[in-house]
Design a protein around this ligand. Sequence first.
Ligand SMILES: Nc1ncnc2c1ncn2[C@@H]1O[C@H](COP(=O)(O)OP(=O)(O)OP(=O)(O)O)[C@@H](O)[C@H]1O
Ligand SMILES: [Mg+2]
Length: 262
Amino acid sequence: MIEPVVEIKKLWTVFKNGDKESVIHKDLEMTIERGEVLSLVGGSGTGKTVLLRQILGLEHPTRGDITVLGKPAAELGARGAASRVGMLFQQGALFSAFTVLENIAFPLRELKVLPPNVVREAAMVKLQMVGLTPDAADKMPSDLSGGMVKRVALARALIMDPPLLLLDEPTAGLDPESSDSFCTLLRALHHDMALTVVMVTHDLDTLFELSTRIAVLADQKVIICDVPKEVVAFTHPFIHEFFLGPRGQRAMELLREYPFTV
Ligand SMILES: Nc1ncnc2c1ncn2[C@@H]1O[C@H](COP(=O)(O)OP(=O)(O)OP(=O)(O)O)[C@@H](O)[C@H]1O
Ligand SMILES: [Mg+2]
């Protein structure tokens, strides 16, 4: 049997605020197979970002198990995680005082195992892999367009060739053209680097363009995780609102446009 890349079992996340408890995840279960682009959708505050951070090993669930590439996610920790899991954070999160190349090189430099020229060379390779030209290397983050910031953040997430990539709203805030070209880049990298991808997105174009399956987070759990066609047909108020509300016509057009044979 092929081992899943991520396996989440009976996960609970409870935050305490004084004597008030909020249950974010309750008995949540999800399995992500190798090579998938699994999209996670859900209302704001349903715990999508928290779940990605838990898969990355940056946060720990209150109860339950998360296994990443056969090991407990908690063992990934902050250090060393970059070789197994790359993450593109929701808020771009480049270091504003570092150049583009320094940003990309950061996780590798922090490991302190490779000489600076090798680290620089590796970062240059990734810079070009995300479609930027070498002259972008010495630019500062404040000089970049939104689309370029996302590309630099992606290059940094991929610096150590991790098999698993987590994307938190990768196309949010981009204009339609930049969003389209970022999707094309993600699709190519997914293929070329044989990546498994977990992506949070509200953007229907991105969702239908890239997802092999969609997991819907509602009522503190994953209520359905299936191919897009099945998810859209599932009866639940959130799904109805998300896919068939005011944006529904567009969603239906997309359904006709994409055959879901990815
Ligand atoms: N460290 C924390 N302590 C207390 N509450 C937290 C903590 N981290 C997250 N939360 C709460 O958990 C809930 C889920 O947060 P999360 O950021 O995962 O939502 P999200 O689904 O990513 O939302 P959005 O779509 O707006 O990005 C929110 O109500 C948030 O305020
Ligand atoms: Mg979020």
